[in-house]
Design a protein. Structure first.
Length: 41
């Protein structure tokens, strides 16, 4: 599977941004879930 370098150059920043956003949202969601579970206990 030979990927064109232009495609990789265009997709790399998009994938980095998407993974960074997912990381930040996931961390906030876990924090919120943890707070909710702690309040219930």
């Amino acid at each position: 599977m030979d990927i064109d370098m232009r495609v990789a150059i265009v997709l790399a920043p998009v994938l980095i941004a998407a993974s960074w956003a997912a990381f930040n949202i996931g961390a906030a969601a876990l924090n919120q879930l943890q707070n909710f579970l702690n309040r219930e206990a």
